[in-house]
Write a protein that binds this ligand. Structure first.
Ligand code: ACO
Length: 427
């Protein structure tokens, strides 16, 4: 017998089914509530609102578990590659050798960007934030690929998706080169996806330029860890924009803008800035923890806390270890890592953080690796976007292929009641 929930309102009883997911998570299906009773639910920030059924990513915030298509993130980070994870997220299964080769070949085929996009890039000042440039360039791709994706047609979908995945590393690297006033770089078809991205970013004019494999491996792992995180702010933005049947590139451009904010992907830049400030100020950790607890102070400990994780973010655990390994392999001794470790220790012993279940999130240690790899902090959120792209596309694809209705929340109006217009002379 399936479970139901009853709502009693003004003496009338309404009954709603409880929907259970494959991992046991449950929700009340209230989709007919307003029609039945005239009521809506009010849930600012959607803390209790499920916007969709989804087969892509599962996370258990209480236990600190994350899986893509059923595969634990720990296994994927250790054994898989970013390109394989892209395929997994998009198509639901790990690819066979033939499928993976076809996917990779398609990514290489589309690994170029229209010359006019370069002109748009050159229109930005080198001081522009790379995330703003990336959102604009991604949106501009719509103009060069105006054909609407036929979501019912597998081949059309495959080409639209691989086209965007192939062009995005180029656009991402170009935002960096703009900020450094470096000449534009071109894709090298002999290289793998992540290695090609690294050379697009860092290549100099020397013929024998080669990216350090330690850097390629570290970036590959970071991209896997960022690849999807179910209905977060940017993925929900992509779905919401896409639900109007706006195109793929436009929907992704909106997701990039959502990710930019300091409470979302922008936190990785904010973490490093915070750690650097603590270092310059003499490293007094308790002072910063106290500041974060002070309700009269807007400051929050960046890289701490998460809407869903009320336990250690599993990605933070992997990244913390990776940060250690990368610094060791590159022979870098970074005082900022010691500050981060110390800050984590102080915060995790503090009643305020314990009570509110505030743990380090994915952004707390990722910036330390990016810094060690020579990636400037303004680029950290672009790195996040590059990793998150397959997740956004998978969410968009699932939303379109399951024919979701247009996203349109309701509200409870609290403004002025009906009043008559006053002419200017009477105001
Ligand atoms: N430092 C100090 N206090 C915090 C922090 C923090 N980093 N995070 C949450 N709190 C406190 C809040 O002040 C609140 O306290 P109260 O109950 O006394 O009012 C309580 O913990 C709950 O916090 P909310 O803001 O209600 O939690 P929410 O789920 O809305 O926010 C968020 C989650 C935005 C991530 C928040 O923890 C935060 O701002 N963290 C810092 C920014 C950050 O690291 N963002 C990256 C998130 S991961 C990602 O997007 C990839």
């Amino acid at each position: 017998m399936s479970e139901t929930v009853k709502i009693i309102y003004q003496g009338k009883e309404y009954e709603y089914p409880v929907i259970e997911g494959t991992m046991g998570d449950k929700g009340i299906d209230i989709s007919s509530l307003r029609l039945d009773s005239g009521l809506i639910t009010l849930d600012p920030g959607y803390k209790n609102t499920g916007s969709t059924l989804s087969k892509i990513t599962y996370l258990d915030g209480e236990q600190g578990k994350l899986m893509y298509r059923g595969y634990p993130i720990e296994q994927l980070a250790e054994k898989s590659s970013f390109v394989e994870v892209q395929y997994l997220l998009l198509y639901g299964e790990l690819p066979t050798e033939v499928e993976l080769e076809k996917f990779k070949a398609s990514l290489k085929d589309y690994s170029f960007v229209n010359d006019r996009v370069r002109k748009i890039l050159n229109g930005f000042p080198s001081t522009a934030h790379p995330m703003g440039v990336l959102a604009s360039l991604t949106g501009s791709l719509t103009a060069f690929n105006p054909k609407v994706v036929d979501v019912a047609h597998a081949a059309d979908m495959f080409h639209a998706v691989t086209r965007l995945l192939a062009k995005f590393p180029i656009l991402s690297a170009w935002t960096y080169r703009l900020s450094k006033e470096l000449p534009i770089s071109e894709s090298d078809p002999s290289l793998g996806y992540v290695e090609n991205f690294c050379q697009l970013m860092f290549s100099n004019q020397k013929k024998d330029f080669k990216v350090n494999p330690v850097i390629v491996d570290a970036i590959d792992k970071l991209l896997i860890l960022h690849a999807d995180h179910e209905q977060n702010c940017s993925a929900s933005t992509v779905r919401l924009v896409g639900s109007s049947h706006a195109g793929l590139f436009t929907s992704i451009s909106a997701g990039i803008s959502a990710l930019w904010g300091a409470r979302h992907g922008g936190a990785n830049q904010a973490v490093i800035e915070m750690l650097e400030t603590i270092k310059t100020g003499g490293g007094r950790l308790q002072k910063w923890v106290d500041k974060a607890k002070d309700k009269d102070d807007e400051f929050r400990l960046m890289g701490f806390g998460h809407r869903v994780y009320k336990n250690m973010d599993p990605r933070a655990k992997i990244i913390k270890k990776a940060a250690d390994d990368v610094l060791e392999q590159l022979g870098i001794d970074d005082e900022v890592l010691d500050i981060a470790l110390g800050l984590e220790e102080v915060a995790l012993k503090d009643e305020y953080f314990i009570e509110r279940k505030l743990y380090p999130n994915v952004d707390f240690y990722s910036g330390i690796i990016y810094r060690a790899l020579g990636i400037p902090k303004e680029m950290f959120t672009v790195m996040f976007a590059l990793g998150r792209l397959p997740g956004w596309i998978a969410q968009w694809k699932e939303m379109r292929q399951t024919d979701q209705p247009i996203g349109r929340p309701r509200q409870i109006y609290t403004g002025a009641t009906t009043r008559d217009y006053l002419p200017m002379s009477e105001r």
